[in-house]
Design a protein around this ligand. Structure first.
Ligand code: DLL
Length: 423
């Protein structure tokens, strides 16, 4: 489609979306009224910047279903992702939303060169996380053979990959690297296997990591981006030029704004990604601030597609970490530590990559009294913290209890995170 055609389509769908949220979601109606905006004021994408932003806190304030634009009986699915507090953020889908998402994800797999003749092993987590089921419906829509194995169980993944003749692997890049290394240990020659495509995303990774994965697995590895709030995986996807991810602009409008002033930035400038959904029924979003930093590329791609591209995500404007594909906020860890209460409120998160796996170590100061106590008591505390972190965050972490006054004190913002990963 020409750029002109895309703009026209977006303008039409934007008007419908604005009307839908105004009529069905009290939160948006109020936000529009506060700035004196009527749905009729939005006539085209040129009017986008008149609309208010939406942020993660708005999702939390309206937990669980108050931002939905349809009655609950119209929902056929919900997904959720971790937030900064104990409660997750919740998103919903109507049957049309699920069908659209499946089309979108089928398009993403096709962009990487997959067809109905492929066998797609989906090793993203199934469940409330959007990765597993999002890819699942898309690969089925493409007509491929889906192996819905979910994450983990690495030896079994590798065995089935060979036995079933898997040709496409969908998982996080860090899990792909783990699979590649484990294959070597098991004496499996992945480059000689039928595997040919990787669809990797849900966490930041680099071009060096791409090369590494491509060599170790004998595949072409493609970057896929998305977030639960906007739909899940499939917001953007690389084509075979591997030169930035094409944003599916018939479903979403992308903007990049200055994270401080919130002014929209021209193509080519780095800033925070903001998305507006164009077709979603259950959970439409207006100018959702992702906190992800990237750049939009307008130049036409060699593949011939006319959708703008976004560069790899270069970081975040908040302190969210992604560890083994799971979104983790330091504040969640802090609240676990404070709830247990036998440590000092001084802690640091040390993130590293050991081989293929992200490794999270939590350094916590214990009190003078505790420190002079029996080893058994310290071990007991360590175990308690480890279990509690596992149950709240859903990932394992090593706990390192340190002597009082050893974690550097800050004079401004505390440096809670030491990220040693070279992504
Ligand atoms: O991670 C959706 C997804 C699943 C995308 C499978 C791709 C593949 P959330 O759990 O809501 O959704 O996390 C969204 O993950 O705001 C980014 O910070 C980060 N992220 C997702 N994809 C990429 C990527 C899914 N390709 C958050 N590169 C987003 C860098 C990514 N970061």
């Amino acid at each position: 489609m020409s750029r002109e055609g895309i703009r026209e389509l977006q303008s039409k769908r934007l008007q419908e979306t604005v009307r839908r949220v105004y009529e069905n979601v009290p939160f948006y109606q109020k936000a529009f009224q506060e700035i004196g905006l009527e749905p009729g004021d939005i006539k085209s994408v040129d009017d986008l910047s008149k609309l208010p932003f939406t942020v993660k806190q708005d999702l939390r304030d309206n937990y669980p279903f108050d931002l939905f634009a349809v009655p609950k009986s119209e929902l056929v699915r919900v997904h959720a992702s971790s937030g900064t507090t104990g409660k997750p953020i919740v998103v919903g889908y109507t049957q049309n939303d699920i069908n659209n998402w499946a089309d979108l994800m089928a398009r993403c797999f096709a962009m990487a060169g997959a067809t109905k003749d492929d066998t797609v092993q989906i090793a993203y987590g199934y469940g409330l996380f959007t990765g597993g089921l999002g890819c699942h419906y898309g690969a089925e829509r493409l007509g491929a053979t889906v192996v819905p194995i979910s994450g983990g169980n690495t030896k079994r993944q590798l065995m089935l990959m060979q036995d079933f003749g898997t040709t496409v692997l969908a998982c996080t890049p860090s899990y792909a690297l783990y699979l590649a290394e484990e294959a070597v240990h098991m004496g499996i020659d992945l480059p000689a296997s039928q595997l040919r495509i990787g669809v990797f995303g849900a966490e930041p990774w680099s071009d060096n990591m791409r090369k590494e994965l491509e060599n170790k697995m004998g595949i072409d590895a493609y970057n896929i981006y998305g977030l639960s709030e906007v739909i899940g995986p499939g917001v953007s996807m690389e084509c075979q030029c591997k030169n930035g991810m094409h944003i599916n602009e018939d479903y979403f409008i992308a903007e990049v704004v200055d994270p401080e002033t919130l002014e929209p930035l021209p193509y080519g400038q780095k800033g925070e990604l903001v998305f507006t959904s164009l077709l979603k029924e259950a959970f439409p979003v207006i100018r959702y601030r992702t906190r992800d930093i990237s750049v939009l590329i307008e130049e036409k791609c060699d593949c011939g597609r006319t959708f703008v591209r976004m560069e790899r995500v270069a970081g975040r404007t908040d302190d969210m970490l992604i560890i083994r594909g799971v979104n983790v906020f330091p504040s969640q860890i802090e609240s676990v530590l404070l709830a247990i209460g036998e440590t000092e409120p001084h802690y640091q998160l040390v993130v590293d990559r050991k081989g293929a796996m992200d490794d999270l170590e939590i350094w916590v100061e214990v009190s003078d009294k505790m420190f002079s106590d029996e080893i058994r008591r310290l071990e007991e505390l360590e175990r308690k913290l480890r279990n509690e972190i596992q149950s709240v965050l859903g990932i394992s972490a090593k706990i390192k209890l340190v002597e009082p006054r050893t974690i550097p004190r800050s004079e401004g913002k505390a440096k809670r995170i030491v990220d040693k990963r070279e992504l």
